[in-house]
Design a protein around this ligand. Structure first.
Ligand code: MUC
Ligand code: MG
Length: 382
């Protein structure tokens, strides 16, 4: 039996290219938890567990993800055969409840290893296999300033990088948010799809007013307007408004996906690999959505290149992906942590084709940006 010979986890802190203003936090940097496994044959597997704004988005933080892996998951992994990814994940799930981001990072690394061992991309190991080579990618306009957002959106259209824009709202009054979103809808009318994400920050009465007004100014989708556990209110809003409500924080794996579908609580699901508890669980979320006639959108936790590639592999297996994806995480960071960056062109992200995730870490960048670095890295200047 093969074994896991080495398990490394480290946090990489990377500045964002501009402040990213969300209802619950303003991000000036992103903290990515990277897992690196090496098996007894020397095959390496890489995974990522990343959240947004410390503990302001959900229950897991970068520090808790690393600690859950180091303290509780690593000892279980040491007794597993890495060839049997499903059995390893089942063993972890028997002893570790919740901690979806940590589990996703580990499952991603195991799948990367499995793909490298078999010589196939992860997208051919999961679901029914890859059905698309590239994925439409949204960009989030969240500078906090309307004019700057419009300028940024114009640049994205001119570069043919994005023609779907997600606006982060919920921090200001409903009226101020609608004025901001309305100005952006007007600027991009007929040229881009404009959607909003409230990140749970409205009450049901605010959402009723807000969704009506946002529909009138031309918004295509309203993401998680109210608290994630208020399923009944999400269902009422979905019935009342013609602009579709998309579930995000309310989804944390197949059981929640089934509950929301049964309640008619959302017309679109933002599928996220970390929030679901891994690629297989996220695939099950998507299958439930499709069976219930719910549209699919490939979500992100603003992961760097590793988590973004893993998400892309899974989303490339979805036969219907009517709302596209938002796999732009690496583009929000000042530096690339991959040896070769992911390819964004013609409004789409190319799904890597190499074995496993089809990516490699830039070891110099990792050494420089990892939180526990101990030495100053000296770079030669040409
Ligand atoms: C979220 O809530 O969807 C995705 C894009 C972005 O800017 O923030 C996220 C998280
Ligand atoms: Mg969201």
């Amino acid at each position: 039996m093969a074994t896991i010979a080495q398990i490394d986890t480290f946090i990489v802190d990377m500045p964002t290219i501009r402040p990213h203003v969300l209802a619950m936090a303003t991000m000036l940097a992103q903290s990515m938890v990277i897992v690196r496994l090496i098996d007894s044959e020397g095959i390496e597997g890489i995974g990522e567990g990343t959240t947004i704004g410390g503990l302001s988005y959900g229950e897991e933080s970068p520090e808790s993800i690393k600690s859950a892996i180091d303290t509780y998951i690593a000892p279980i992994l040491r007794g597993c055969d890495p060839v049997q990814v499903g059995a390893a994940i089942a063993a972890i799930s028997r002893s570790v409840r919740g901690n979806h981001f940590a589990k996703c990072a580990v499952e991603t690394a195991l799948l990367d290893m499995a793909g490298k061992r078999l010589g196939v991309p992860v997208s051919e190991l999961i679901g029914g296999g890859r059905v698309r080579a590239s994925l439409p990618v949204a960009w989030t306009l969240a500078s906090g300033d309307t004019a700057r957002d419009i300028e940024e959106g114009e640049a994205m259209l001119a570069q043919r990088r994005h023609r779907i824009f997600k606006l982060k709202i919920g921090k200001r009054s409903v009226a101020a948010d609608v004025a901001h979103v309305g100005a952006i809808c007007k600027a991009f009318a007929g040229r881009a799809s404009v959607r909003v994400d409230v990140n749970q920050n409205w009450s049901e009465p605010q959402a009723n007013i807000g969704m009506g007004l946002l529909h009138d100014v031309g918004v295509d989708l309203v993401e998680q307007p109210i608290a994630r556990d208020d399923v009944d209110a999400m269902a009422r809003l979905s019935v009342r408004h013609s602009v579709p409500l998309m579930a995000d924080e309310a989804l944390n794996g197949p059981r929640s996906a089934f509950r929301l579908a049964a309640a008619g609580a959302a017309r679109v699901y933002a599928v996220k690999i970390a929030q679901s508890g891994g690629l297989h669980a996220a695939g099950a979320v998507a299958a439930i959505a499709s069976a219930a006639g719910i549209g699919l959108y490939g979500g992100t936790m603003l992961e760097g290149g590793v988590g973004t590639a893993a998400s892309a592999h899974l989303f490339s297996t979805f036969p219907d992906l009517a709302w596209g994806t938002e796999l732009f995480g690496p583009l929000l960071l000042t530096e690339e942590i991959l040896a070769a960056p992911l390819t964004y062109s013609d409004f789409e992200l190319t799904v890597p084709t190499g074995p496993g995730l089809g990516i490699a870490l830039d070891t110099d960048k990792i050494a420089f940006f990892r939180r526990d670095r101990t030495a100053t890295i000296v770079h030669a200047v040409a």
